[in-house]
Structures are given as structure tokens and as C-alpha cells.
Unconditional design. Sequence first.
Length: 71
Amino acid sequence: MVPTVDAVASEYRDRFIVAKLDIDTNRETNKKYGGNGIPAYIVFRNGEVIGRVLGAMPKQAFEQRILNILK
């Protein structure tokens, strides 16, 4: 998923920020936001969780899920 996430981050860098978190070194943050499952993507707006995307998927599906959450 890394190439997919990096591609989406690059394409949409003017619309949103993609940040990565190493759950092995940030266990408390992972616990706080319930990043159950790997990969887990949590979408925030103004510091609030507005959606989640879980699991690996093709770029088009990942991109569409993120965009749908951000609508």
C-alpha cells in the first residue's frame, strides 16, 4: 500500500495532507484512535476523526474512499 498511499498523497497534496504513523513506536496514539488492523487509515478534519479506511486495496478504490469521506 505504500506506493498507493504515496501516489494519492502526491496527487492531492493541494487538498489534504497524508501523514504516516509507526504504530510500534506510537502505541498510545494508535490506541487513542483505534487503528485496529493494518493497514488502517484515519481521516481527520479540524482535529476530529471523520472516517476510516481499513485494509489494502487498489489505488482507485483507496482514492475514492478517501474522497468520499472528505465530501
